[in-house]
Design a protein. Structure first.
Length: 330
């Protein structure tokens, strides 16, 4: 936004001063209501994001977004973090591994029963190159859709000897052969700890865990961490937990802050400083087949997800070093 000119007069001489957007808003809202203060805060953060550079990782980061508890903002985070990273200049491949297909819906990707999808990749009929589709209206994001057919995949692959390696094989083969370089591969997991999620944890190098800012949302965290530990000790020893993101944060309540402080206290190095607020716009966006980044770009939800994406991008090299250290047994 352009600077605003304000003319003042002193002793008959006209002098011109120029105020930045932030200064104008400070002058208007300094002693105003909480709504005005919130508008000022969002505007200032938006301006900082506009000046920020999203560093690209030195190699592809493969991230599983997992939490077996439903309603914690898992798919919402996949969609909006992917859109924000792409908006920052990165190339992102989203793999929808949830039979509900909500990530596919949010990106306006065709995913009715019978559509070529991740189900065909797991079954070995098609490659990721064959099934991926460009996200509607989001430059830089491609999506491997899910369909309801995926709901029967666990039974079909359960007897296979390599049943936990199917997705990993598909991703590795695709990244080696693809003419496009992807900075991030982000896998949206189903809200369970079944075979599909094990495939995601086996294929990924790192896990991002969304945690709702309510105490009962912490109940399943221990079980999820136990499952990840079992995966690390058996089928994917290179896996790390790189990120925890607190969602549905209500800064008006003491409870949200207490939950954040508790999680941050236990996992200080992996909990993002950014929290995702409760927001009607975040909830509305998927019904319009959009991310909140495009649906309400100047709102609190879009700004928060962009800030979280920036944090994730800035942590890339440290995260990749942690993965290398895990691989070398350090």
């Amino acid at each position: 936004m352009a600077n605003v000119s304000r003319e003042t007069s002193s002793g008959g001489d006209n002098s011109h001063t120029f105020e930045s957007t932030t200064e104008v808003l400070n002058r208007i809202f300094k002693d105003s209501s909480s709504v005005g203060a919130e508008m000022l805060d969002i505007t200032q953060r938006k301006l900082r994001l506009a000046e920020a550079e999203f560093p690209k990782p030195s190699r592809t980061r493969i991230i599983a977004v997992a939490n077996q508890k439903g309603g914690v903002g898992k798919t919402t985070s996949v969609v909006n973090l992917s859109a924000a990273l792409a908006d920052g200049g990165s190339r992102v491949l989203v793999i929808d591994l949830d039979p509900q297909g909500n990530a596919s819906t949010a990106f306006n990707i065709e995913h009715q029963s019978g559509t070529d999808s991740v189900y065909d990749v797991l079954e070995g009929r098609l490659s990721i190159e064959d099934v991926k589709q460009p996200a509607d209206g989001v430059v830089g994001v491609d999506v491997v859709p899910s369909t309801i057919d995926l709901s029967g995949a666990e039974l079909e692959i359960a007897s296979l000897e390599n049943r936990t390696d199917l997705l990993r094989g598909g991703i590795e083969s695709f990244l080696k052969s693809s003419e496009e370089h992807y900075d991030y591969v982000i896998i949206d997991c189903a809200p369970s700890l079944g075979l599909l999620v094990l495939n995601a944890l086996c294929a990924a190098h790192e896990v991002l865990i969304p945690i709702q800012a309510e105490y009962y949302a912490l109940e399943g965290l221990g079980q999820l961490l136990k499952t990840i530990g079992l995966v690390q000790s058996s089928i994917n020893p290179h896996l790390i937990i790189s990120t925890m993101l607190v969602t549905m944060f209500d800064r008006r309540t003491i409870l949200s802050q207490e939950v954040y402080d508790q999680v941050k206290g236990h996992y200080p190095d992996i909990v993002l400083e950014t929290t995702i607020p409760r927001s009607v716009k975040i909830a509305e966006a998927p019904s319009f087949n959009q991310s909140v980044i495009s649906y309400d770009p100047n709102g609190a939800g879009a700004v928060a997800y962009s800030e979280a994406a920036l944090e994730i991008a800035k942590r890339s090299e440290k995260t990749l070093e942690s993965i290398d250290a895990q691989r070398s047994g350090e």
